[in-house]
Design a protein around this ligand. Structure first.
Ligand code: ATP
Ligand code: MG
Length: 394
């Protein structure tokens, strides 16, 4: 009777299904990304309209679930039972799922059913009522609550019958690779890794740049940023991280400019470098972790100074988000613990005690030009080491 084969995961596509004409392309990028995340697990992917499935070899559940937790473009996933498409097998699987819910401390449930195969003898409503009845009889202690159930048993009658309890939240968003590439300015702080994650969640692939000021900043500080790129790169399907040496540029700023302008001028140099690098690697925008008025360099006037010489769009996904919420997100993504490791930040080293709060772009531009940084920037660009972090889709 009840033929259950384990270790199939079902993935729900959500927003992707709204993409009309682009849907096929989005689905193929999603599939490629999923395959990259599953590399080395031996898992296989197959799909039907609106659903992806992963066949997972036994013992590989942990890495497969970790891959699903890093996949943008799905609203949910569940480890599902498959059953033969007959009423008895489907009801038996509902009962098993009900039992599992109860064993996990859940006291109320409902059944939700979808039937794409209309030849199945019960319609969706009948599956819910007959399945529900069978669960109630078999699992004493479990009750039905259609409004606020503790657990939901979902039944999908497709080419096979799929039965699963409480699906997990997916990462939502869109698959990286559907919105081109952006260049992330990745510091070792809390904010910029979250900004990169957010751009990736809207379908962007990422490369990144970390401005290093050795020997004022240590190799450990660079390694910490590489680690952050590894963590974010797992969501964005790989990050190539450049780590140019900015020491001479910082020294020149210190020698030749009023101290209160140092941070803004350094940011302007970073932007100029980043725009050049972005053009070289085919990135369409720059991404920063700036949040309005969080620090002196992030007043709207200073943001205006910093971007005044840049033509490329600058995305600032955190602009309206406060530090507490950014921190919460960093914890959820897995970057927080690394971000708070105590290595020096290159900007803090040269940061003035009384920075300009509302700089004027004309003044910033005039001071910046006097620095004559172009040769130094080009030399740094030429020599910058590049690290491959996370893993890249070929
Ligand atoms: P974060 O937490 O990301 O370091 P922050 O709140 O410390 O941000 P700032 O230090 O003012 O803010 O930096 C603003 C943004 O400038 C950062 O989010 C990052 O995008 C970029 N940035 C700052 N320092 C560097 C660096 N050394 N290398 C690359 N990008 C940097
Ligand atoms: Mg910082």
């Amino acid at each position: 009777m009840d033929k259950i084969v384990g270790n199939i995961y079902l993935l729900k596509l959500g927003e992707l299904t709204l993409k009309g004409g682009n849907r096929a392309e989005f689905e193929s990028v999603l599939k490629r990304n999923l395959a990259a995340l599953l590399r080395g697990t031996g898992a296989q992917i197959y799909n039907t309209a609106g659903r992806f499935f992963v066949r997972c070899p036994s013992g590989k559940e942990d890495p497969v679930e970790d891959a699903l937790n890093h996949l943008f473009g799905i609203t949910g996933w569940a480890k599902t039972r498959t059953a033969e498409k007959n009423v008895q097998a489907v009801i038996a699987a509902c009962v098993e799922e009900g039992r599992k819910l109860y064993e996990n401390g859940i006291k109320t449930f409902k059944i939700e059913a979808r039937r794409t195969d209309k030849s199945f003898p019960l319609d969706s409503y009948q599956i819910c009522s007959e399945g529900g009845q069978a669960v109630l009889e078999a699992v004493s202690g479990l009750k039905v609550d259609v409004h606020k159930p503790g657990g939901i048993i979902e039944v999908e009658i497709r080419e096979k019958a799929y039965i699963y309890g409480n699906s997990a939240q997916g990462r939502r968003g869109l698959p990286p690779g559907t919105a081109g590439k952006g260049l992330l300015l990745l510091s070792g702080g809390i904010d910029s890794p979250v900004a990169g994650f957010m751009a990736a969640s809207r379908g962007m692939r990422l490369d990144a740049v970390y401005f290093h000021a050795w020997p004022y900043t240590s190799e450990e500080a660079r390694q910490k940023t590489i680690r952050l790129a590894e963590i974010v790169g797992r969501y964005s399907l790989g990050i190539k991280l450049s780590t140019p040496l900015f020491t001479e540029i910082q020294q020149r700023i210190k020698e030749k400019s009023p101290l209160e302008w140092a941070t803004i001028l350094l940011r302007m140099a970073m932007m100029e470098y980043a725009e050049k690098l972005a053009r070289k690697i085919g990135a369409k925008c720059l991404i920063t972790g700036e949040s309005l008025s969080q620090v002196a360099s992030q007043t709207i006037e200073n943001i205006n100074c910093i971007q005044s010489r840049i033509k490329m769009p600058i995305l600032r996904p955190l602009i309206g988000i406060d530090k507490e919420e950014i921190t919460r997100r960093a914890e959820a993504i897995g970057t927080y613990e690394t971000s708070i490791l105590p290595y020096e930040d290159c900007c803090v080293l040269f940061s003035p005690p009384h920075p300009i709060l509302r700089g004027k772009p004309e003044e910033a531009g005039a001071l910046y030009e006097k620095l004559e940084l172009e040769t130094l920037i080009d030399a740094a660009l030429e020599k910058a080491p590049v690290e491959k972090c996370g893993f890249a889709v070929s």
